[in-house]
Design a binder for this molecule. Structure first.
Ligand SMILES: Cc1cc2nc3c(=O)[nH]c(=O)nc-3n(C[C@H](O)[C@H](O)[C@H](O)COP(=O)(O)OP(=O)(O)OC[C@H]3O[C@@H](n4cnc5c(N)ncnc54)[C@H](O)[C@@H]3O)c2cc1C
Length: 570
């Protein structure tokens, strides 16, 4: 029984903090601070961001850093939410490196700062495309191969990294290098930004082709009946699953590639849509209210809403697939399609352009997100799904934004690819951040924490380099997860950067020479954003305790305000 007086004080503090009356955080930020796109990672370099326009300018920055005994880090759209994007010295935005060249040998060369969507539009104009790609067109090619960003298929290479045939980069001596040797490329395919500043990337392309994709709802026993999900995965060019545990359902997306572009249809996906100011604020306020009141049932309804939005038209959400008509004088969208047929890349990937959900143009409320993504050997498929079910039976939690998104990859030659040398599936989810993320826990946080720890510890899970909280990139964990690969990677890295000009705190943890992290200095309840696994109650949110369940430390609400759960989960 918690002490009633202490509990009362905690409740009052919790409510004051909700309205921003209390804040842990009045440290001023340095003028050079920059952040990840959803603001959870804060980098505090000594220099302001540089925006070079030529290779010569990049060389000069690197040489200046060498002379001053400082470090350098290039980045793209900063859509990674780990301190992989940070430096103590010179941050370099590659946004001006956006050139595109169609080569005669079936490859294309792009500036490392070009956004994926722009690269794809260029290829389409030249009758070419990529065999497979990640879902978000707003990432840069340099960033995509920094972390190994991937799509989903057991028939084709899924990552940009695996389609790289050549790279140029400025190395740690300030020299321009051209790399096409396959062995060397394997270390650079997923380079974590640690080899140098990538100037351009040459990709293998294929003739432009169309795809038909069909999303359907199925009962979620297809995940664990021992055959269905993996059989379908092996049969389709594109195959991905959104799992909604509270519904006992999955949405399965099956795509078949067509030969060429003759198939009728000009449909596109809208998976990552533009949102207007009102919708963003409405969504942000709704999630905050539901989380504050621990209304898991309403979150389950949102899971159902998301599920239906992936197969049919629903009010308040852009169609998942839509027809694009261009009759010469006018372009029209907005005709819902499922199944959908169109250029393959336009059905796999898109980008919000005018206004993404996470844009922070509003003062408050706002809608920011965090992501978790872990990759496993395909052989663990049923066991991982059953483990998630087991946890959710004890700790109900909702996955209202994209469910549990399950994707597949064939083995990659990239040393540090999450699918390196093994057929892989990834389980990912996105959670809305609390408005007061420094003190208020997310609804379901205990379940998320348990699942993630068990995934890595018991199922040999590899955390996606650009997603997940900082705990999943601590020194010990990186050493154990990457024990077979790290040595070879570091050996190769040292050849390109012998003096560690591109090392940052993240890189030093990978090397095992430091424990330091680049973090938001306001975070003091470290388990709330997966900076740590809780060791004491104060690591968790207000009105929470740190408890041990099944050997895993997780944050648990002091008073469980949830209504008793009728077993919705299988
Ligand atoms: C909405 C959304 C959807 C996403 N969808 C997917 C998905 O479908 N699949 C997936 O796997 N991931 C996905 N991600 C994660 C994302 O793809 C990766 O985090 C990717 O690395 C981000 O690219 P970026 O351009 O923002 O790179 P950044 O985050 O800016 O950088 C990532 C790394 O690359 C390095 N880097 C970047 N450019 C250079 C360069 N020119 N030279 C040297 N190093 C460089 C940086 O130093 C850093 O280490 C998604 C992220 C978001 C926000």
């Amino acid at each position: 029984m918690p002490n009633v007086k202490v509990l009362f004080i905690k409740i009052v503090l919790a409510h004051l903090s909700c309205f921003g009356v209390l804040s842990q955080n009045n440290q001023s930020q340095s003028s050079t601070t920059y952040k990840s796109y959803q603001t959870s990672i804060h980098c505090t370099p000594s220099e302001p961001i540089h925006y070079p326009k030529s290779t010569e300018e990049v060389v000069n920055i690197v040489k200046r850093a060498i002379g001053e005994n400082k470090t350098v880090k290039a980045f793209g759209s900063r859509h990674s939410i780990t301190d992989i994007i940070c430096t103590d010295g010179y941050p370099v935005s590659m946004k001006h490196f956006d050139h595109a060249i169609d080569n005669e040998d079936g490859t294309a060369t792009f500036g490392a700062g070009i956004e994926l969507q722009d690269a794809m539009i260029f290829l389409e104009k030249n009758g070419r495309t990529l065999i497979s790609l990640p879902t978000f067109g707003g990432i840069t090619l340099g960033g995509a191969i920094g972390t190994g960003a991937h799509g989903s298929s057991l028939l084709h290479p899924t990552s940009i990294s695996d389609q790289v045939v050549r790279l140029t980069l400025v190395d740690g001596r300030g020299s321009l290098r051209d790399v096409s040797d396959p062995n060397e490329l394997n270390a650079l395919r997923v380079n974590l930004g640690l080899f140098g500043v990538i100037i351009d990337v040459t990709l293998q392309t294929v003739p432009l082709f169309k795809m038909t994709v069909h999303n359907r709802i199925h009962a979620d026993h297809i995940l664990t009946d021992g055959r269905t999900a993996l059989r379908w995965a092996a049969q389709h060019d594109l195959f991905q699953i959104w799992w909604f545990p509270s519904q006992g359902d999955v949405v399965v997306s099956k795509g078949i590639y067509h030969d060429g572009t003759n198939e009728l249809g000009n449909d596109t996906t809208n998976f990552i849509p533009d949102t207007d100011f009102i919708t963003r604020n409405l969504v942000g306020t709704s999630f905050e209210t539901l989380q504050e009141t621990r209304n898991t049932y309403a979150m389950y309804l949102l899971e159902a809403y998301t599920k239906f939005s992936l197969v049919e038209r629903v009010v308040g959400r852009a169609p998942i697939f839509e027809e694009h008509r261009n009759n010469g004088s006018a372009e029209t969208w907005n005709n819902f399609k499922n199944p959908a047929t169109g250029f393959s890349w336009r059905l796999m990937s898109n980008r919000c352009q005018r206004s993404c959900t996470w844009n922070t143009d509003s003062i408050r409320p706002k809608f920011l997100i965090e992501e978790s993504s872990i990759a496993f050997d395909l052989e663990e498929f049923s066991s991982v799904i059953n483990m998630i079910r087991k946890v959710l039976r004890q700790y109900p939690a909702a996955f209202p934004l994209v469910g549990l998104f399950i994707r597949f990859s064939i083995p990659s030659d990239g040393l540090m690819a999450i699918s390196s040398n093994r057929s892989t599936f990834t389980v990912e989810w996105t959670t809305p951040m609390r408005w007061n993320r420094y003190e208020k826990p997310k609804d379901g946080i205990g379940a998320y924490q348990w699942i993630l720890q068990e995934m890595v510890q018991n199922y040999n899970g590899r955390p996606h380099w650009g997603k997940n909280g900082l705990h999943y990139f601590n020194r010990d964990l990186m050493a154990s997860v990457w024990k077979d690969k790290r040595e070879l990677f570091v050996e190769s890295m040292t050849k390109y950067d012998p003096e560690g000009i591109f090392l940052n705190k993240f890189g030093r943890r990978l090397l095992g020479t430091s424990d330091q992290v680049d973090k938001d200095s306001k975070v003091y309840r470290c388990a709330l954003q997966d900076y740590c696994i809780c060791q004491k109650h104060d690591d968790c949110g207000l009105l929470q305790n740190c408890v041990n369940r099944n050997g895993f430390n997780i944050c648990k609400d002091l008073i469980d305000l949830k209504l008793p759960i009728i077993s919705i989960v299988n």
